[in-house]
Ligand binder design. Structure first.
Ligand code: HEM
Length: 500
């Protein structure tokens, strides 16, 4: 109640003058927005909930039915992304790729290029050797690297290795090579995560120029944008030098995997003739989207998968038995082997249910007043879908908080955007275009880790003692690093010294 203009806003928690519902977040036990929002939605019996944070109206869908309304029934009205005020100056200077493009001709064009060309099943398959090579490097690094960890045992930082793997696979797929400035880039992505998730008063009260002026966020966003574009310039140069080198080599053929995603984009850029010209700024923004969208998400998902397997030794044993029996002592896992690894795929699905690394997906914006489930959603409201809450809703999931890959055994529920109780990649026209890319790298990496090694928790820790606290960033990660002690089961073949 309490809203003027005859609007019937969705129910939600109390709102104070000026700050709206902000106090619910400031007083919440959890610093994680998806948990606070799930709590509020349950307490107010509001699968479609209205909140106001400062001046920003927020509508949160927290049930499969509400998610279906947002991403199917009203998909076109909710197909834009809001531009956070402090990020707007950077975006207006051209820092817009696929992720943040407003629903319109530019987005449509980038979307179809991405789906049909850059991330298609055929293109993803063409990077198979890149993935196999990086997976071999991963297991070689695990076998070589155990170093005394916090408790003096020889452990590896599993999350760090997996983050490096997913970054390298993505970057090699895009530019055809490892990125010379990888560490700098990783730091910049982390900085971006901090910036985007930090509350800033200027963002909550966009009409206040004073607050915006006082907030340093806009300036920092601009600096980061410049830094990212400089790094992308460098990636493009690196790509072009590499192609020139490949073309002038004795057998001078440029293979598809050398062309890379960037090669395809540069070709389209040169050909021209598109409805919306593909400028170099757009190319840079788009590859930046792929770099950051492609690595952090898959890397964190893999780290959660390993964490869940450590907490659930029976699932771990089952997954290891499967990969070891299917491979019959082969030297390493290759992609042909993945076809038979059914349980491994269920493990990944179950991980995505319990740990959707974008728990609120990516924000949508309401383009026009809409009536949803009998309530008014006002134009301009930010619309979120709480995939985390939906994936753990006891009304749809038995023993919802337990890790049970078997629940997906009958193959009825998938993350393709049609089963609204399971939407880690979103749904509708803004759904993640990178699912095949992500699936390919995650399956191979996990199979490789489980094939070659047994894994022990350090310091005699019991499985149930492994802390699973989350930390917010660009994607939701573990708060504590996951250190594990690897025990070799299937020896890792010596690394070849190929140049890539
Ligand atoms: C486990 C891995 C991943 C997860 C959980 C994930 C999740 C998501 C989600 C939830 C969205 C927003 C969907 C919506 O608004 O309905 C999204 C969008 C997007 N993702 Fe992913 N993603 C993953 C991997 C990838 C990869 C590997 C790529 C590319 C290489 C990628 C590229 C994108 C892009 C470009 C968008 C924006 C699409 C648009 O706005 O039209 N993602 N992703």
């Amino acid at each position: 109640g309490g809203n003027g203009g005859g609007q019937r806003l969705p129910p939600g928690p109390s709102r104070l003058p000026l700050i709206g519902s902000l106090h619910h977040f400031l007083l919440s036990r959890s610093p994680l927005a998806h948990r606070t929002m799930a709590d509020l939605a349950r307490r107010h019996g509001a699968p479609l909930m209205y909140l106001r944070l400062g001046e920003v109206g927020l509508v949160v869908a927290s049930s499969p039915a509400a998610a279906r309304e947002v991403m199917r029934a009203h998909d076109t009205a909710f197909a834009s992304r809001p531009w956070i005020p402090s990020m707007r100056p950077a975006m207006e200077r051209g820092a817009v790729g696929l992720v943040f493009a407003r629903h319109g001709p530019l987005w449509r064009q980038l979307r179809s290029v991405s789906v049909l060309e850059l991330l298609s099943a055929r293109r993803v398959r063409s990077f198979r050797r890149v993935r196999e090579d990086e997976a071999r490097r991963l297991v070689a690094a695990v076998a070589a690297a155990p170093a005394p960890g916090p408790g003096g045992e020889a452990v590896v930082n599993v999350g760090e290795l997996l983050a490096a793997l997913t970054t390298d696979v993505t970057v090699r797929a895009v530019i055809g090579d490892r990125f010379d400035r990888r560490e700098e880039f990783a730091r910049a992505v982390e900085e971006g995560g901090r910036l985007i998730t930090r509350f800033s008063l200027g963002d909550l009260f966009p009409s206040s120029r004073l607050l915006r002026f006082l907030s340093r966020k806009a300036g920092q966003a601009m600096d980061l944008h410049r830094k990212m574009f400089e790094l992308m310039d460098c990636a493009i140069r690196q790509h072009e030098e590499r192609r020139a080198a490949v073309a002038s080599a004795p057998d001078g053929t440029v293979k598809e995997e050398d062309e890379g995603i960037l090669g395809v984009l540069l070709r389209i850029h040169k050909e021209g003739g598109l409805e919306v010209p593909l400028t170099m700024d757009i190319v840079k923004s788009l590859i930046l989207d792929l770099f950051s969208g492609g690595s952090d998400t898959s890397g964190s998902t893999l780290e959660w998968a390993m964490s869940e397997l450590m907490r659930n030794p029976r699932a771990m044993e089952k997954a290891q038995a499967e990969v070891r029996s299917k491979l019959h002592g082969k030297p390493s896992v290759i992609e042909d082997d993945l076809r038979d690894l059914n349980y491994l795929k269920l493990v990944i699905k179950e991980t995505l249910r319990l740990h959707p690394v974008l728990p609120l997906l990516l924000p949508r914006e309401c383009a026009e007043d809409r009536e949803v489930m009998g309530y008014d959603v006002p134009k301009g409201a930010t619309v979120l879908v709480n995939a985390w809450a939906i994936g753990r809703d006891p009304e749809y999931w038995d023993d919802a908080d337990a890790f049970k890959p078997e629940r997906f055994e009958d193959g009825k529920i998938d993350y393709k955007g049609t089963d609204f109780e399971f939407i880690p990649f979103g749904a509708g026209r803004r759904m993640c275009p990178g699912t095949l890319f992500a699936q390919a790298v995650m399956e191979l990496a996990l199979a490789s880790l489980l094939y070659h090694f047994d894994w022990k928790l350090p310091g005699g820790m019991k499985p149930s003692e492994l802390d699973m606290t989350e930390k917010m960033g660009m994607a939701v990660k573990r708060k504590d690093d996951l250190y594990l002690r690897p025990v070799v089961r299937v020896p890792v073949p010596p690394q070849s010294t190929d140049s890539t």
